[in-house]
Design a protein around this ligand. Structure first.
Ligand SMILES: Nc1ncnc2c1ncn2[C@@H]1O[C@H](COP(=O)(O)OP(=O)(O)OP(=O)(O)O)[C@@H](O)[C@H]1O
Length: 251
């Protein structure tokens, strides 16, 4: 199992935002995490990526418990993420933004910084090649010198995902990647995410766009008030009574 959340619980004062959630993600999966607003989806992402320490429970990544480890440790272990709102460095170029995402892979050795060793030069060459290949694969190489804030919205969101991929993750957490996109951009995003899967990267995605989730994911887990109320194939989830009730009840 690549990732396993075991009895994950997160309390904020009297509110239980995540309530004994168990979730398994296998290598190669595209798993959707859905649920009404405030049901605990982003909190789970924040726990997996190390921004929140869960009240109880474990997050096993390749068998080791990464819950309560620092975000940089978790990124280095192979988990990358994007956020609900765009968090690019607006005045930096496409290339520079991706370089930031690569940063966790650089070995920090004072000696290297002082003397610019051959090992450091080789590392930089590899990093530049890797970034360039990502840009070519996602057809953004012609935009490498563009300032991030000048890109159309859909491309800014893609750039964020590419930046996350620059850390060479095994698992990527995508938090509402289609938010604010028009139908054309969303369709494009779907092909984009399938390409990430084809790179051998496993995907856990939080998304409100049901069409995207149903077409993309091989399995879906549904949260309501912090509890997992259903899990199964897109077809199972679409016809699940409790899921329908949870969504209709929120209207
Ligand atoms: N840092 C925090 N402090 C206090 N309460 C929080 C904190 N983070 C989240 N919550 C609460 O936990 C609950 C779950 O929030 P969360 O953001 O995980 O939901 P969500 O399913 O991602 O919602 P949405 O679909 O609207 O993004 C909400 O009631 C939220 O107000």
């Amino acid at each position: 199992m690549l990732l396993e959340c075991v009895n994950l619980t997160m309390k904020f004062g009297g509110l239980t935002a995540v309530d004994h959630v168990n979730l398994k993600v296998q290598a190669g999966d595209i798993i959707g995490l859905i649920g009404p607003n405030g049901s605990g989806k982003t909190t789970i992402f924040n726990i997996i990526s190390g921004l929140y320490k869960p009240t109880t429970g474990q997050v096993l990544f390749e068998g080791s418990d990464i819950a309560r480890r620092r975000p940089d440790f978790i990124t280095k272990a192979g988990v990358a993420r994007t956020f609900q709102n765009i968090r690019l460095f607006a005045d930096m170029t496409v290339w520079e933004n991706i370089q930031v995402g690569r940063h966790c892979r650089y070995r920090q050795v004072l000696w290297d910084d002082m003397f610019h060793t051959s090992r450091q030069a080789a590392e930089e060459r590899y990093a530049n090649q890797y970034i360039y290949e990502l840009l070519v694969l996602f057809r953004m190489d012609h935009l490498k010198d563009e300032i991030a804030k000048n890109l159309p919205y859909g491309l800014q969101r893609k750039l964020e995902i590419i930046r996350a991929l620059a850390s060479e993750p095994k698992l990527v957490l995508l938090d509402e990647p289609a938010a604010g996109m028009n139908p054309h951009e969303t369709k494009d995003l779907m092909d984009f995410i399938l390409k990430i899967r084809d790179m051998g990267i496993t995907i856990l995605v939080v998304e409100h766009d049901m069409k995207l989730v149903m077409n993309l994911c091989n399995r879906i887990a549904v949260l309501n008030y912090g509890k997992k109320i259903a899990e199964g194939s897109p077809r199972d989830i679409q016809s699940n009574e409790e899921v329908i009730k949870a969504y209709l009840g929120k209207r």
